[in-house]
Design a protein around this ligand. Structure first.
Ligand code: HAM
Length: 431
């Protein structure tokens, strides 16, 4: 038996390259803290949606909608054939479902600006490789209801705070503007006429992409075909979007926010306008985007809601975990405990158990083993786990209701009575 190709287990601990729940929990803890300080609230949407949500939302020709896992439900429970509406898919991304829910539940009536975040599995039938899976997890942020430049700055800052708190190092923020709908038309015709020169070297599938969505071909021209002098979006965008982008850069400069401008950066999903950005890491190989997003002002209206300006991004949890693993994020911490309880004779087991219970009730992380192991072996295990302190229970401690505590870094020992002095001791080290 094995897991489906491109679907992965998250293990409690593991060898290099596997996902461990230790990284995951640390990433998710930092996410929740960051969301709280930026005052974003969690939204949970189903993993399955009508596929029209995405076909309309992200563009039926986009790479992402072509990679969807789709299901057609032939019959409902009464045996009657369903309408065309009943074709479902596993969500490939979180923006379109968030917008669908925002409209369906009229969240815009509750608040003028909705600051939402989500986390969960996404599904794309892609060629799997390191950092690219068919089931992967995203943390995503959507700010709905603002055209304000400072909100763009806030979203970029939030992304940086999140990565810093998680402990990711050596990442680069790349930003670009693709302008408004008029600019997009101009960029598209520039790409089409540019591609004319290379038409004989472009594959059949890519020619189709070029004709349906020239902007997406831009990325292929650079990365797949490595063509020279590929058009830069900035040369074709209108005066207003250009001014907007200049202002954004100025605010970022004033705030000493590090970024690079990449005027050939475009995204694989069709809903964006103006700002697009990606955070990349050279440590990730070909799948080097940790996080990506931008402004999307027409999606809410396209999906049937009122005109609403939005910005957002999503980050791949597996890619962040991979980076932490590669960047040697303290690998042993998963096994570390505050106290290891070592007893010299099995008749002290009950008493040792009571002490473990007391420590755990005071929120300390404790390990105690029950199989017959010599005292020396127990001390070796405590060392291997890098236990901060060891409680030693011998004849004396047992008969006089005492607890001997050894600090493993200084070697210092302290004897306290159980339970009163132990209680005080725990209070002292916790404060
Ligand atoms: P995306 O660029 O398709 O954007 O995905 C965002 C991030 O998800 C990527 O940068 C990457 O870290 C991760 N990711 C994507 N595909 C895979 C995969 N097959 N395996 C592992 N990780 C993957 C979106 O999904 C947009 N909804 C982002 C957004 C939110 N834009 C505005 N709001």
């Amino acid at each position: 038996m094995r897991a489906i190709k491109g679907f992965r287990d998250i293990l409690p601990y593991g060898s290099s390259g596997s996902d461990t729940s230790y990284y995951w929990n640390s990433i998710l803890d930092n996410l929740r803290q960051t969301m709280s300080i930026y005052n974003f609230s969690e939204i949970v949407t189903p993993v399955m949606e009508y596929d029209s949500t995405f076909k309309t939302g992200i563009g039926s020709d986009s790479d992402v909608s072509k990679e969807m896992y789709e299901f057609v439900l032939k019959k409902d429970l009464s045996g009657v054939k369903n309408q065309i509406d009943d074709s479902y898919c596993l969500r490939p991304e979180g923006t379109a479902p968030t917008v669908r829910s925002f409209i369906e539940n009229s969240l815009y009536k509750t608040k003028k600006i909705n600051k939402l975040f989500y986390l969960g599995p996404m599904f794309r039938y892609e060629r799997s490789q390191k950092g690219r899976y068919r089931m992967f997890h995203q943390i995503g942020i959507e700010l709905l209801g603002s055209k304000e430049l400072y909100h763009e700055v806030e979203i970029l800052h939030l992304a940086k705070t999140l990565l810093d708190r998680i402990g990711v190092k050596d990442y680069v923020f790349q930003i670009n503007s693709i302008g408004d709908s008029e600019s997009l038309k101009k960029i598209s015709s520039a790409v089409l006429s540019y591609a004319e020169k290379h038409i004989n070297s472009i594959g059949k599938d890519d020619l189709e992409i070029l004709n349906k969505s020239p902007l997406r071909f831009l990325d292929k021209a650079i990365h797949k075909y490595k063509f020279d002098n590929v058009p830069r979006t900035i040369d074709f965008i209108g005066v207003e979007p250009l001014e907007r982008f200049e202002k954004l850069k100025k605010i970022l400069n004033d705030l000493e926010f590090n970024y690079v401008v990449n005027n050939q950066l475009v995204r694989g999903i069709d809903y964006y306008n103006d700002l697009v950005f990606e955070v990349t890491s050279k440590d990730l190989g070909t799948q080097n985007a940790i996080l990506a997003g931008g402004r999307y002002d027409s999606l809410v209206h396209k999906l049937g809601g009122p005109k609403t300006d939005c910005i957002g991004f999503a980050a791949g949890i597996e890619r962040i975990a991979l980076l932490l693993d590669q960047q040697q994020f303290n690998d042993n911490q998963a096994d570390t405990v505050d106290f290891y309880i070592a007893y010299q004779d099995s008749q002290f087991k009950d008493y040792s158990f009571k002490i473990a219970d007391k420590l755990r009730n005071n929120n300390f992380k404790v390990e105690i083993e029950y199989e017959a192991k010599s005292f020396t072996k127990q001390m070796k295990t405590a060392n291997k786990m890098s236990s901060k302190k060891v409680v030693i229970i011998g004849e004396d401690e047992f008969s006089k209701s005492l607890v001997r505590i050894k600090d493993m870094s200084s070697g210092e020992e302290k004897i306290v009575n159980f339970p009163t002095e132990l209680e005080k001791f725990l209070e002292d080290i916790a404060s």
